[in-house]
Design a protein around this ligand. Structure first.
Ligand code: UD1
Ligand code: CA
Length: 455
């Protein structure tokens, strides 16, 4: 395929969103609207130019220097927006133009559009769709013979034109030279007083160029997000696409409508995702895992044969054969090595738990380095914070911590040490030692009845 430069229009405010955030930064499935568009476009084009205006700083902060920018200070329409990018565009070659608010157009669709354009070799190829409800979109006006004549915006359309159900998706491939020529001739003589990019088509036709079109098989992918209802609709269509792809790759999703997986999450074969799973960000999950029901896992790397139920994990790493939950909270910096078991009501933060170690019930573990085959009894609390600073706890291989112990950091507990239940440990425990740190028990014969209610 010839070199393609791409312009993405993202300067508009998006008034219909009724939001302080620029429209193109609204998110679903782990990416902003613009993020989805950039992800698809970057697969077919290595030269991306984003037209920014409203909220330019936040848009640029999100995309960084992966793209070039053109600035549109006042939003005078889509044609005006492309004019601002004109000097960054080549004079010859192919220009793909996309809206920052049509997030469902995939790289495959863009590739098909570019291929069609190359084959037909016209001045412009517009991507269209036949939709059940065309309200709000520009309509594709064709001649009796079926050739594209022009695009008319909803607000400028006659009653008859409003009946047309073939719409402009806002996506076009132009030959660069005629695009530059047409941009110079657009006027703002229309219902909205804007410079419409869509007018380029009629202008080119009048100059004797041929136009072509490519119609989407699945009209739903043309969805332009202008308000929150469309944002929700786009999110649900994208989730459906992600789930379908994962199922084709061998993942069982028990209830796809109740499963929320971000774009880019990787899941291995024969893993089962139960209802209520939210898998977000740069998360990878291996094979034969059981995830859910009710898990929120973000930015985490998970090995194979891992089970996690009713739990939250953020920026955590789990090796193979780990089991977590129900009701565990793994906070950033948690590393669970092979075969670790973390049970119910356990919170772990910034800690490395060695192979085959167990933290089965009711514990807090923070800033700890724990060796292999360590057992933390029910209710073990790592006291990592003295009110001013965080301190580190080291527990070596094979140590056994009895139930309801407080381990006051900084602290080291040696290999194979045994801490008696109910101890508050404030000093290091040498390898192999038994450590008791609790008051001795006193039993007073027959005194119990004094404390019981009178019968
Ligand atoms: C546009 C098309 C319409 C098409 C629809 C597809 C025009 C005139 N209309 O209408 O035919 O059916 O998209 O979704 O092109 N933008 C700028 N600068 C501006 C104006 C807009 O950068 O001055 C950007 C917006 O941020 C947005 C995109 O261009 O990402 C489309 O603008 P929008 O106002 O949503 O156009 P529509 O009315 O949806
Ligand atoms: Ca739009």
């Amino acid at each position: 395929m010839k070199k393609v430069s791409t312009v993405i229009l993202a300067a508009g405010e998006g008034k219909r969103m009724n939001s302080a955030l620029p429209k193109v930064l609204h998110r679903f499935c782990g990416r902003s609207l613009l993020g989805h568009v950039v992800a698809a476009a970057s697969q077919v084009s290595s030269d991306l130019i984003v037209v920014v205006g409203h909220g330019a700083d936040s848009v640029q902060a999100q995309l960084g220097d992966s793209v070039r920018y053109a600035h549109q200070k006042q939003q005078k329409g889509t044609g005006h927006a492309v004019m601002q990018a004109a000097e960054l565009l080549p004079r010859e070659g192919t220009v793909l133009i996309l809206c920052g608010d049509t997030p469902l157009l995939s790289a495959e669709i863009l590739f098909a559009l570019l291929t069609e354009h190359n084959n037909k070799n016209t001045a412009v190829t517009v991507l269209t769709a036949v939709v059940p409800n065309p309200a709000g979109y520009g309509r594709i006006v064709r001649t009796a013979a079926g050739a594209v004549q022009k695009i008319v915006e909803e607000k400028d359309a006659s009653l008859k034109e409003k009946e047309i159900t073939e719409i402009n998706t806002g996506t076009y491939v132009f030959a660069a030279a005629p695009l530059h020529a047409a941009l110079k001739l657009i006027s703002n003589n229309n219902a909205q007083g804007e410079y419409y990019l869509t007018d380029c088509l009629e202008i080119l036709l009048k100059q004797g160029f041929a136009l072509s079109s490519h119609c989407l098989d699945d009209y739903r992918l043309a969805l332009g997000v202008n308000d929150r209802a469309q944002l929700a609709e786009a999110g649900s269509l994208m989730r459906e696409r992600i789930n379908t792809q994962l199922m084709a790759a061998g993942v069982t999703i028990v209830d796809a409508a109740a499963t929320y997986i971000d774009a880019g999450v990787e899941i291995g074969r024969d893993t089962i995702i139960y209802p209520g799973a939210i898998l977000a960000g740069a998360t990878t999950i291996g094979e034969e895992c059981a995830i859910g029901p009710f898990c929120e896992i973000s930015h985490s790397q998970i090995g194979s044969r891992v089970t996690i139920s009713h739990s939250v994990a953020t920026e955590s790493v789990m090796d193979d054969d780990v089991s977590v939950g129900p009701f565990a909270h793994l906070r950033p910096g948690t590393r669970l090595r092979k075969g670790v078991k973390v049970g119910d009501f356990v919170e772990i933060k910034k800690s490395d738990i060695g192979e085959q170690s167990k933290i089965p019930h009711l514990s807090y573990v923070g800033d700890a380095q724990i060796g292999s085959e360590v057992n933390l009894g029910a209710g073990t609390i790592v006291v990592n914070y003295d009110g001013r600073e965080k301190h580190v706890t080291n527990i070596e291989d094979g140590a056994f911590i009895g139930c309801n112990s407080n381990l006051v950091a900084p602290l080291s507990i040696g290999k194979g040490a045994f801490v008696a239940a109910g101890s508050t440990i404030t000093k290091d425990v040498p390898a192999g030692a038994l450590s008791l740190a609790r008051p001795k028990q006193v039993n007073k014969e027959n005194m119990g009845k004094r404390f019981l209610k009178k019968q």
